[in-house]
Design a protein. Structure first.
Length: 455
């Protein structure tokens, strides 16, 4: 059997099956213990489902013995190391959770004890640790939205806790004083469960509505306890409800705050900028231009910077791959780079400096010595000459300019200004010349192209 990568699609599908089996046991085992599940569903169906879930757990042991793991960023796929790590941390928990004690009691060893065989299926709850580990791995994976994973996990935890408490409530109600058993007049087990779940939900989220309580009023108006176990359970559930409520509020608050981290930082930046301009009596018209610029930057990059700060620490190879992905269309539409070697493009893309210009901004001026080459990623610019009193044309996404002065160190032959907000990529002369000297053949073709444009 081939060793599986921990992030492979096959393992992801299997983890879905495993979680389904874990959740099945979380819901079925308490019902099987409390309601003697054959009253709800034919025992043959439950037996088949139990056997299938047990087989999933057994197969999972085999799969884990052939699943690699990541250690310090390196994939470990040596079967011996995998087995050693698995036996050290997880094997015995998984093995214990697979023991078919309930099936042996029911069909072979002691059929008379089949009514309590479900108690031994509580061992399946040991697999809950796997469900949390899988959820954590999905939360850290780039393939999933971590906020959705957290919300789904929170919802499942709440429902499972309410389900368990409802089942315990039914069992405690049965051992109460016969005169005060709440469910004694309800024969349908499903109705009993729904009433118990209702009580669990209201008690966990509030203190109940009083329609189902652990005490009753006598004809004389005195308060009488239904049963001590029921009263003790109610107090415990109220305490659990307070803790669960705090956990839910904290988790939801964390999820909501994570949804708006970037927006909060953006607003803080705007507040600082506004305070700075007000304190220095900057004209209102200029203040509006500054605020419009930042607003556009937020819409463009969900940040006030053209480059995400999270990417600044990446090595050049990864930055190049990201830049190629982001600027692939731009590179393909620029004729000067159509025949460029792949390595040259990687080095150039890493050195491109993104910059956003607001409308009516002068990018280059006619007659000045150029030091940069510009690539238009978005927006519209106008090329014109004041000396010639002529407009040369409109440049849009995919255009480039400034290469003549960059290569030949001559004066700019035209001016360029923005007509709209423009996102430009700037290549400095020093960076360009440094990379060109390593590719003499390509450098010659670039010079010929620049010379033809100069003519």
């Amino acid at each position: 059997m081939q060793v599986l990568h921990p992030n492979s699609k096959k393992l992801f599908i299997w983890n879905l099956v495993l979680i389904a089996a874990i959740l099945y046991n979380c819901f079925s085992v308490p019902i099987e213990i409390v309601f003697r599940v054959q009253n709800l569903v034919p025992s043959s169906v439950i037996t088949i489902l139990n056997v299938v879930s047990d087989l999933v757990f057994c197969i999972d042991i085999v799969i884990r013995l052939r699943t690699g793991f990541i250690l310090k960023g390196q994939l470990i796929d040596d079967p011996k190391l995998i087995r050693s790590r698995y036996f050290k941390f997880h094997f015995w928990i998984h093995f214990t959770s697979c023991l078919p004690i309930d099936l042996l009691l029911r069909f072979f060893l002691a059929p008379s004890l089949s009514s309590i065989s479900g108690l031994f299926r509580l061992l399946r709850f040991l697999r809950l640790t796997d469900a949390f580990l899988i959820a954590n791995s999905w939360e850290q994976s780039v393939d999933f939205n971590p906020l959705l994973i957290r919300m789904a996990r929170l919802f499942i935890i709440i429902v499972i806790v309410q389900h368990w408490i409802a089942c315990v409530w039914v069992e405690v109600d049965r051992i109460s004083d016969p005169d005060f058993i709440i469910t004694k007049s309800i024969e349908n087990p499903l109705d009993q469960y729904l009433i118990a779940f209702y009580w669990s939900a209201t008690t966990l989220t509030t203190v109940g509505y009083g329609d189902i309580s652990a005490t009753v009023s006598t004809d004389e108006g005195d308060l009488q306890i239904r049963s001590t176990p029921m009263l003790a359970l109610t107090v415990c559930v109220m305490v659990i409800g307070v803790s669960l409520y705090a956990y839910v509020i904290g988790s939801v608050a964390a999820i909501v705050s994570n949804l708006n981290v970037s927006l909060s930082q953006f607003r803080e930046k705007l507040d600082r900028v506004q305070s700075y301009m007000r304190d220095r009596n900057i004209p209102l018209s200029l203040q509006r231009k500054v605020m419009d610029y930042y607003q556009y930057m937020w819409e463009y990059n969900k940040s006030t910077n053209p480059v995400s700060d999270e990417l600044l620490g990446l090595p050049n190879s990864l930055r190049a791959q990201i830049d190629i992905h982001l600027h692939k269309k731009l590179v393909e539409t620029v004729p000067i780079f159509q025949d460029a070697p792949a390595h040259f493009l990687e080095q150039i893309l890493v050195k491109l400096e993104p910059k956003v210009y607001p409308p009516n901004s002068e990018v280059i001026r006619e007659g000045e010595i150029g030091h940069e080459m510009y690539f238009v990623e978005s927006g519209e610019l106008e090329a014109y000459s004041i000396k010639q009193n002529q407009v040369y044309g409109i440049m849009k996404a995919g255009s480039f300019f400034g290469e003549i002065a960059l290569l030949n160190k001559t004066e700019r032959t035209a001016s360029v200004k923005t007509l709209t907000y423009c996102e430009l990529l700037i290549l400095g002369r020093e960076d360009f010349e440094t990379e060109m000297q390593y590719f003499p053949v390509f450098a010659e073709s670039v010079r010929k192209t620049a010379a033809s444009r100069l003519e």
